[in-house]
Design a protein around this ligand. Structure first.
Ligand SMILES: C[S@@+](CC[C@H](N)C(=O)[O-])C[C@H]1O[C@@H](n2cnc3c(N)ncnc32)[C@H](O)[C@@H]1O
Length: 354
């Protein structure tokens, strides 16, 4: 079983919460709505659309993005049903939505902000998505958005100064091959566990719709805007160590459990697992596909909303806040580096259970 972490996305609905600062992640879900509709229309058998239709979102956080993902799927299923049967889906289909995340996720905010007028019943499913969290053959379509870049643990060797895999950086920058391999090995194990678990939980013929970020083949994390800002966070923590605010040793032992895979690595992991057919693997290019680089303050707050909790868990909240003040400054100073960075990739992957 995966252990529950000591971090979560910033909860509540305050100005620095994930709920308020995740429009970058939401923009992808809005951009892929048409493609999700097409994926459901083409790949879901009409036989699977009956009285009860169950959707699960894995790594849902606090909303509202999960509501967008779920509504995209409901609209797609209803459209298919109406087109192919001529009947009104509202008279026939009851939707149940299962929201999964770690048990320490702020589910209260999620349930308190459920969209009024929604046409589905809701339930929370606590637990790590690397493990089984639902009964066998219990849902029809699963969604995962911006959650397929986590590992269950920091890879072995990364923290060991005597190992060739020792990583001086807080992230996998992509430049040290031994470190990259250690992250990729851990990521492959975790993602295969995730696919095994979902394959058991999905009904035969069920779909997984995965959206998020990866890297184009041959591009290193630290060459992309996202990777550069992550490096700024590491630099900010080192600055605080030099100022004597925190110990260098504490900075050296801080590592993130993110791995942004290259496109072909992700494809290979899914193919090797063999439980799903890749029906589509689309490179989604849209107007808001990078964090907005024109406002350093907003950029720093967006990163704080999804990665601040890792830093607070290791260093405390005050240090985390100081670090992000420095990040904002670094973004302002080095904005041209961000503008000239290599683009990351956003994807929609459609998987059908074999
Ligand atoms: C960046 S947020 C994405 C939230 C939302 N899906 C979206 O698109 O905005 C990633 C979420 O995945 C969750 N997560 C990460 N690892 C997880 C795991 N092993 N099991 C369940 N949830 C996990 C985190 O707690 C977090 O809420």
């Amino acid at each position: 079983m995966t252990t529950t972490p000591d971090w979560i996305m910033v909860g509540g609905e305050g100005p620095e919460s994930y709920n308020q600062q995740s429009s970058y992640q939401r923009a992808l879900l809005e951009a892929v709505k048409g493609k999700m509709t097409e994926a459901v229309s083409t790949n879901l058998s009409l036989d699977l659309i009956s009285n009860q239709f169950i959707i699960a979102d894995f790594g849902c956080a606090t909303g509202p993005n999960t509501f967008v993902a779920v509504q995209n799927i409901i609209d797609a299923v209803e459209e298919k049903y109406h087109r192919e049967t001529g009947q009104n889906p509202a008279d026939k289909i009851e939707f149940q939505v299962l929201f999964n995340d770690f048990s320490i996720n702020d589910f209260n905010t999620l349930f308190q902000t459920l969209p009024p007028g929604r046409r589905y019943c809701s339930a929370g499913v606590p637990g790590s998505f690397f493990d089984r969290v639902l009964p066998k053959q219990s849902f029809h379509i699963g969604a995962m958005s911006y959650a397929l870049h986590f590992t269950s643990k920091i890879p072995k060797g990364i923290m060991d100064r005597d190992s060739p895999m020792w990583n001086k950086d807080m992230q996998c920058t992509g430049f040290n091959q031994a470190v990259k391999k250690a992250y990729l090995d851990q990521y492959s194990i975790d993602t295969k566990n995730l696919l095994d678990a979902r394959a058991e939980e999905l009904v035969p013929g069920g779909l997984m719709l995965l959206s998020g970020s990866c890297l184009r083949d041959g591009v290193k994390m630290s060459e992309t805007p996202k990777g550069i800002v992550m490096d700024f966070i590491g630099d900010a923590l080192s600055d605080l160590a030099q100022q004597g605010v925190i110990e260098q040793e504490k900075v050296d032992t801080f590592k993130t459990s993110f791995y942004f895979a290259e496109q072909s690595e992700l494809r290979q992991i899914i193919e090797e697992n063999g439980k799903f057919t890749i029906e589509a693997f689309e490179d989604i290019i849209h107007a808001n596909s990078e964090f907005p680089l024109d406002d350093p303050k907003i950029l720093a707050i967006s990163f704080k909303a999804f990665s601040g909790a890792f830093i607070s868990a290791h260093f405390g909240t005050e240090v985390m806040k100081n670090a992000f003040d420095l990040v904002e400054f670094k973004v302002r100073e080095e904005i041209s580096r961000l503008h000239n960075a290599k683009p990351g990739m956003q994807y929609l992957i459609v998987l059908r259970k074999n």
